[in-house]
Write a protein that binds this ligand. Sequence first.
Ligand SMILES: [Fe+2]
Length: 264
Amino acid sequence: MAECIDVTLVANAGILVRGGGTGLLVDGIHDQGDHPFDRVDRDTLVRMRQGDAPFQQLEYLLFTHEHPDHFTPGLVMEHLRYRRTKGLFTPDPRCGSVEAVLLARFAGELGVPQWNGSLEPGQAKTYGLGEGLGVTVIGGVHMGKAFTGVRNDSFLVSVGSSNLLFTGDADHVPEHFEKALAGVSLDAAFVNPIFYHNPEGQRCINEVFRPREVVICHLPDREKDTYHLWFTLERALSRHARPGMPVRVLTTDSPSLRFCTERG
Ligand SMILES: [Fe+2]
């Protein structure tokens, strides 16, 4: 019997994961800031609150770091006013904005379980969330010289026998992932184009992640691509793509994937 997980791009690095009777959203509530990446539009936010397709099951909200193209705490607060959630994984609000502190306080008042990340690079914590569901938070730093002081948690999401890794904007440092992923068989690793392009990112993929496939997200519309990420990605694909490890790119034109594994 096949066990399947559905993955849907919400906006930018925002990904909805559905499987095993539950739904998790990674970096999927944001609409703020001056950047070229897609925002989560109003209609999508309302559908999330109302439980309209594909958000009928939306039980855990996970955020890798508090940057405006990944996480808008005020909008998460608004979401929680309308819809209860079983848990919230956020960066440590003590290192974040006033809005992040207010969100933590509000979620606390509602009795929403919260797990704070911003873990030390290389540190990891695993949380069992019920039958066949677990999340491992893996500490790291944000990529890019401008963000060396910013933490970025990656998430290993385990649903049944499937394992998906979401790296957000994690820096490509193999040592940050080694311990948490030792012995883990990854069905897919989600990375941004810069991670995939970088030789150290390739080392993470080849030597540490060793996924069945790689999924690339966090691409702007081609018309707004001020960072030339499409060019970077296309060059990287021609350089690094190889048989045995498919690479798929999630875009608004092609926003869905399904991962199936055979069970006993
Ligand atoms: Fe980002």
